[in-house]
Design a protein around this ligand. Structure first.
Ligand code: PLP
Length: 396
């Protein structure tokens, strides 16, 4: 027994990764598991991006990079923010990190003192709460439901604010609900925040391009919020580059420089080859990746239609990202094939063991009545998975 830190002992394991590990275990036993649990596009990184990486290797990009990223990459990010979000940042406001996950961890580490509260509208991305806790902050969950399209209202925000509130974190499009805050909805939240000028907003826009309602809006676009918002983005999702590990922020200079200082002591600059490739990715028009977004749209319709064809899955139609997050509380209290279903975790486990389909329990995202399906999977897998689920619940 080693005497590990209290910090690590109190941290939960990522439930998405835990489910993936359980699915892998069953696959190793020879079971044909369909994985709908991982938040990862099933596409290859586009060739034009791969070619840029190969060129970078040939051109001997192999040294440490500036901690906050190559100047050319920061400039490509500045141009992207201007082009896609009408946001103006200068180089001092940009920090490139090893994935948006590190961007978020940097922000938590530089902003939070012990006991500071961070408002997290539920459902939220699994790592938010753990990152906040790691920085000795306190996550404050604000529950939303399928009936309110999983969106936090201004009234709910106002109620959650206390003298200790330091930040509000959300993703839009949202992992896991797929909801997208409209400009008007963000304005409603911003109006509340006007009364509390010290609260900083972290707007995680990593699914920005995977948006089926078509009007992505960034909180920082409001003039009266610009100085209080850190916009987080990255290439993992829309560019199918999860393993390349590049994320970035645009935000107030003081916060960005603090993130730079933090990163300089922990990891230094992100991978040099990946940074060169991302310059090419961000400079390309969004039309280069449209084929993936179109496929996600087709799959969204497919999975929604198939889920609607079964009893017990209450769905709000996702507007973006590649997840659907049905409320499955209909099954609670029932016994399905000798599995007593008390909660979403039991139901998710039932689906894994009896339908051989991997999902993630909503507990992981602060929404215990739901489960998350990722439809970043082939149409064939989605169809087969839904067939198996229909069979498993009807036999029960
Ligand atoms: N933010 C959200 C909402 C995500 O879903 C994810 C990945 O699943 C991340 C951030 C992390 O992205 P990255 O791969 O850039 O670290």
């Amino acid at each position: 027994m080693y005497n590990l830190s209290d910090r690590i002992k109190s941290m939960s394991t990522s439930q998405t990764l835990a489910m993936a590990a359980k699915a892998r275990e069953l696959r190793e036993e020879g079971k044909d598991i369909i994985g709908l649990s991982l938040g990862e596009p099933d596409f290859n990184t586009p060739d034009f991006i791969k070619e840029a990486a190969i060129k970078a290797i040939t051109e001997n990009y192999n040294s440490y990079t500036p901690v906050d990223g190559y100047l050319e990459l920061k400039d490509a990010i500045i141009t992207k923010f201007k082009r896609d979000n009408k946001l103006t940042y200068d180089r001092s406001q940009i920090v490139v990190s090893t994935g948006a996950k590190q961007s978020l961890a940097n922000i938590a580490m530089v902003m939070l003192n012990p006991g500071d509260e961070v408002i997290l509208p539920c459902p939220y991305w699994v790592s938010y709460a753990e990152i906040v806790k790691l920085a000795e902050g306190v996550p404050v969950e604000v529950p939303t439901t399928v009936e309110t399209n999983f969106k936090m209202t201004p009234e709910q925000l106002e109620k959650a604010i206390t003298p200790k509130t330091k930040m509000l974190w959300y993703s839009s499009p949202c992992n896991p609900s797929g909801m997208v805050y409209s400009k008007e909805e963000l304005r409603g939240l911003a109006d509340v925040l006007q009364k509390y000028p010290d609260i900083i907003v972290v707007s995680d826009e990593i699914y920005e391009h995977i948006n089926f309602v078509g009007d992505h809006f960034s909180m920082a676009q409001f003039d009266d919020m610009y100085n209080r918002v850190v916009t987080v983005n990255g290439v993992s999702k829309a560019f199918a580059m999860t393993g390349w590990r590049i994320g970035y922020i645009g935000g107030p200079t003081e916060i960005a420089r603090a993130c730079n200082k933090m990163q300089g002591q922990i990891t230094s600059g992100a991978n040099c080859i990946a940074q060169r490739a991302v310059i090419t990715a961000l400079e390309a028009p969004v039309s280069e990746i449209q084929y993936m977004i179109d496929r996600f749209k087709t799959r969204r319709k497919l999975i929604i239609d198939l889920l609607n064809d079964m009893p017990g899955f209450v769905i709000t139609e996702p507007e973006g990202a590649f997840y659907v997050f049905p409320d499955v509380s209909y099954f609670f209290g029932k016994t399905l094939k000798s599995h007593k279903i008390n909660d979403a975790t039991d139901f998710s486990m039932f689906l894994l063991e009896e339908a051989l389909v991997a999902t993630v329990t909503g507990d992981a995202f602060g929404s215990p009545n739901c489960i998350r399906f990722s439809y970043a999977a082939s149409e064939k897998d989605i169809e087969e998975a839904m067939k198996r689920i229909k069979k498993a619940i009807s036999e029960a």
